[in-house]
Design a protein around this ligand. Sequence first.
Ligand code: NAP
Length: 305
Amino acid sequence: MTTTFSFFGVTTGSSAIRRIFPRWMSELGIDSELVGLDFPVGAPPADYRAAVARIKADPLAVGGLITTHKLNVLAAARDLFDGLDDAATLLKETSCLHKDGERLLGAALDDRTSLLGLDAAVGADYWDDERELVVLGAGGASIALTLGLHRAAQAGRAIPARVAVTARSEARLDEMRELHERIGFAAPVEYLVAESPVAADRVVAAATPGAVIVNATGMGKDRPGSPVSARAPYPRESVLWDMNYRGELHFLADARERARPDLRIVDGWDYFVYSWTKVVAVVYGIDIPASGALFDRLSELARTA
Ligand SMILES: NC(=O)c1ccc[n+]([C@@H]2O[C@H](COP(=O)([O-])OP(=O)(O)OC[C@H]3O[C@@H](n4cnc5c(N)ncnc54)[C@H](OP(=O)(O)O)[C@@H]3O)[C@@H](O)[C@H]2O)c1
């Protein structure tokens, strides 16, 4: 019997995964199909709850992946879950639904997958005692990235010398600060309200040469525009990483137009492939290491889909 894998998003029909997923299933020898579930940003809690309840009750529904709605889904349906992993509890979000028999489990995997995405952009050994990380936006993906860096530091890896995080309002910054205090995050962090591109430009201008500047606002995909101005004063040799690979991607397009050879410009494709392969591995109970022949094959199938 064909099982179903649910994909919670905003415009799931436009995601490359619709073409990629069937190829991956065939490569992995799994009889399962992707079901897209579109919700507007901030949909009514009852809608998220109903979707989770349906998955829990359906023996052919094996779980799924949640993008934009990961905080809201967990908030709306917490009591339907029979277990959560550490990161889901810490981050109060679930990006992965999976099952153990009839038990519905929730996992948050972005701490690991976003770090893999960052490593793919600059290399795990990029950080020294000067290079900084600027994260524009303080949503789930930004918080998860800092949790990933925290775990990397605990494992003895170098992490950015300093982190600056921006948001348009204090609330998300407070939440992030609270998490960082709770886990004892090793890097010094500045939490900065930047309500406009001009304000974000000032944050970017203050970073050290070689800083990695991440667009984690969703601007350029979920919302129009870019968090910084078209002439943002990037420090020399900055690396600009957009967490998204699709949409207008103004943040990257503006930087490309500048034709500054010292800037490195990276989109969210690798992050996308890491996110999906990790969730597929957990849902179907298989091992897909983040490097090696199987990962390369899946990545190539994704690229050509
Ligand atoms: N490649 C992948 O596989 C992958 C995986 C995960 C996430 N992503 C992408 O990464 C993006 C972020 O994900 P998320 O889950 O963190 O989304 P999110 O929870 O919506 O977070 C975006 C955050 O950015 C803030 N923001 C919006 N405009 C801003 C601006 N101009 N300046 C500063 N902050 C701003 C928002 O807060 P305020 O509105 O309060 O400012 C919000 O907290 C999304 O577009 C998502 O698609 C990609």
